[in-house]
Ligand binder design. Structure first.
Ligand SMILES: Cc1ncc(COP(=O)(O)O)c(C=O)c1O
Length: 418
């Protein structure tokens, strides 16, 4: 059967991942000419999804009254229903938000208002910075100390248990499903059980999880709240995230922003109209799911590709550079993201200093992006520089080999910006 016959018979040919995928379906990314090895930070959306978003924006802009009065709430619900069905959760227990940061702040504020004054939020050494800041806004936030090398999930559970034993005021705990700076897949189900047995409410920050954790079963984790970005690993544009809420909190949860639908009986409606804003990214979820099904050949195929690319890329780079991976057990490595120690000649004090620049627009990032045309994360962990790679469908081993060679050729004197 040729391609046209296959298409007319309904069997679409799944596209080839790597450069062909980049060029055919992400031409806007290809045009910039920057190697996208940092999908973990913001993700990339395909052209078809961006076109759909633009059509919706035009619809809004061309007759806003009609869009807001007659279309918006329904579009929101049907989009939410589409992703909820995929994740096997009830849409009535979910809401669409712009991002995880907004969700964590909202949940913490609501939960803490119901707890006695002085209640604390448990975080840990690898909690995402913005989430850590939200936890500390409420007061002191006890921190479970996690140490490398991590031998198993038991190490994490023990650290959390020890901290809880010393901290009776902890009423809420936040755990990343996949941590950002260490790319670690956390034992969230066990952590949740540990906390809930002590009457502590649990929020899971799944910013990286939807699309990356295979067979994600949100309800089975047993937490009170689950949050996940859809722009990172689910081919949605910025800004759209899913918040799932356990049955017990559905009637009381509401957004911090007070607007027209605040008291609606239906939870997702309460979050659907927070004043005039452009939420076109919310409504293209069905288009992103179509991209996953028809162009990628399903999420399982994406998973297989990214997971095996992450495995191959990380062992290739560590071998080529004569270094190692961040010491995590194999079953706790994020499926698509890995940290590899940079070669010895790049572990020099001047380069570390350059990389440690903590402002948002760090010197190291500018150097990599503008001089080398590579979007990569460099992290200093326990006084050693690591590269975090994110394997996505728009990269392949040729890109990884280029990173390997480029880093090998860099010298200390290269790290000076014009
Ligand atoms: C673990 C984790 N939590 C939360 C966030 C925040 O996501 P956003 O900036 O989309 O709110 C990130 C972002 O990368 C993250 O890695």
């Amino acid at each position: 059967m040729n391609e046209t016959e296959a298409e007319t018979s309904g069997q679409l040919q799944a596209a080839e991942f790597g450069r062909p995928m980049l060029e055919q379906h992400f031409p806007h990314v290809a045009r910039r000419g920057v190697l996208m090895l940092n999908n973990g930070s913001f993700g990339v959306a395909p052209k078809s999804v961006l076109d759909c978003k633009l059509r919706l924006t035009e619809e809004f802009e061309s007759f806003a009254d009609e869009f807001v009065r007659l279309r918006q709430v329904d579009l929101n619900y049907s989009s939410l229903e589409a992703i909820a069905r995929r994740l096997r959760v009830r849409p009535q227990q979910c809401a669409l938000l712009e991002n995880v940061t907004i969700g964590v702040s909202n949940i913490l504020r609501r939960l803490l208002a119901l707890e006695p004054p002085g209640s604390q939020v448990l975080i840990n050494s690898w909690t995402y910075i913005a989430v850590r800041m939200a936890a500390t806004e409420a007061g002191e936030a006890p921190e479970a100390k996690l140490q490398l090398p991590l031998k198993s999930g038991e190490d994490v559970l023990r650290a959390v248990e020890q901290e809880l034993d010393r901290r009776p005021k902890v009423r809420i705990a936040v755990f990343d499903h996949i941590t950002s700076t260490t790319a670690c897949l956390m034992p969230v189900k066990e952590l949740t059980a540990l906390c809930r047995n002590r009457g502590i409410k649990v929020i899971i920050d799944g910013a990286h999880a939807i699309g990356q954790v295979p067979n994600l079963d949100i309800e089975d984790i047993g937490a009170d709240f689950y949050l996940g970005n859809l722009n990172k690993w689910h081919f949605l544009p910025k800004s759209v995230a899913l918040m799932w809420i356990s049955e017990a909190h559905v009637s009381t949860m509401k957004p911090d922003i007070v607007s027209w639908l605040l008291h609606d009986e239906v939870l997702p409606h309460r979050y659907s109209y927070l004043g005039t804003r452009d939420t076109s990214s919310f409504y293209v979820i069905p288009e992103a799911l179509k991209f996953i099904d028809e162009i990628c050949g399903g999420l399982d195929r994406v998973y297989e590709y990214c997971r095996s690319l992450a495995d191959e890329a990380s062992s290739y780079l560590a071998g080529f550079w004569g270094t190692d991976l961040l010491p995590l057990p194999a079953d706790m490595q994020a499926p698509f993201m890995r940290l590899i120690r940079l070669p010895q000649h790049l572990q020099r004090p001047a380069i570390k200093k350059f990389a440690e620049e903590t402002r948002f627009e760090s010197n190291m990032w500018k150097f990599l992006a503008y001089k080398l045309k590579m979007d990569l994360l460099i992290l200093n962990i326990e006084d050693s520089l690591f590269i975090r790679i994110a394997a996505s469908i728009v990269v392949d081993m040729n890109d990884i080999r280029l990173v390997g060679d480029t880093m090998m050729r860099l010298k200390e004197t290269d790290f000076v910006l014009d």
